[in-house]
Design a protein around this ligand. Structure first.
Ligand code: ADP
Ligand code: ADP
Length: 229
């Protein structure tokens, strides 16, 4: 089965007083395993909404979404949460690190699971992940005290902790300088190439989008058909 199949996905937000606003109008999308795909489109076109649905953070109002052959729209919330934890990693523009914890502790967080404490194997795995993003010298630094680019690399290491099949990156380079943005992009590429992790990468940067293998364009809640660009 492909990594991801969306069929007729619609999303409405309830604005209260029976006021509904549909922001995704029937999205059909198939993503093969190992894809590295840019998501582009104007602000407000529905990119984040689409990513939240693909990331199982939010549910479509209509339509279906299958992840690695498993239909998700029939799962209950606990099922969605479990699948999300097993399969999906997130890197956002605002990285949501815990500032008062060290780089290493932030990467350990998703590994703790129900145990609530770190085994030596978990700590070693977290240290390897930090090493893979070049942050070994900063592993014991508080997240608050790292640069924006370093913080985003910690966020990436954390997103990779559970070896996700799909990495969702919503403007992860949006507030970084060019050099840091390039470094984060190169790391996404590296993970994609070496581990086969599929990547959906929302960006407003045309140069970075051009370096992805595919581009999907969201305009007014529709996907532009291939070849329309
Ligand atoms: P993009 O990521 O392309 O900027 P979004 O998916 O964030 O677009 O937003 C698409 C549209 O949906 C926008 O008009 C936005 O205002 C609206 N929207 C997004 N999230 C919500 C929400 N939680 N409640 C109501 N409207 C929302
Ligand atoms: P971006 O365009 O950078 O992707 P946005 O500023 O559109 O981000 O959205 C940031 C967050 O705010 C998202 O989680 C989105 O769901 C939420 N959001 C966006 N628009 C609205 C809205 N009109 N009402 C409520 N929440 C919204």
């Amino acid at each position: 089965a492909p990594l991801l199949v969306l069929r007729g996905v619609r999303k409405s937000y309830n604005l209260g007083q029976r006021n509904e606003c549909e922001v995704l109008h029937g999205i059909d999308l198939t993503l093969e395993r190992g894809a590295f795909c840019a998501v582009v489109g104007p602000s407000g076109s529905g990119k984040s909404t689409l990513l939240n649905i693909v990331g199982l953070l939010d549910r479509p109002t209509h339509g279906s979404l299958a992840l690695m052959g498993q239909e998700t729209t029939t799962l209950d919330d606990a099922g969605l949460t479990r699948l999300r934890g097993q399969r999906i990693g997130f890197v956002f523009q605002y990285h949501h690190l815990l500032g008062a914890f060290t780089a290493l502790e932030n990467v350990l967080m998703p590994l703790l699971g129900d145990a609530g404490f770190a085994t030596r194997a978990m700590t070693e795995h977290a240290a390897e992940l930090l090493d893979s993003v070049g942050l070994t010298p900063w592993r014991d630094q508080l997240a608050d005290q790292l640069s924006g680019g370093q913080q985003q690399r910690v966020a990436l290491a954390r997103a990779l902790a559970m070896s996700p099949a799909l990495l969702l990156a919503d403007e992860p380079t949006g507030n970084l300088d060019t050099v840091s943005a390039d470094a984060v992009f190169a790391l996404l590429r590296h993970v994609n190439k070496t581990q086969g992790t599929s990547v959906l990468f929302v960006t407003h940067n045309p140069e970075l989008a051009a370096r992805c293998d595919h581009t999907i364009e969201v305009v007014d809640g529709h996907l532009l058909p291939a070849g329309a660009r």
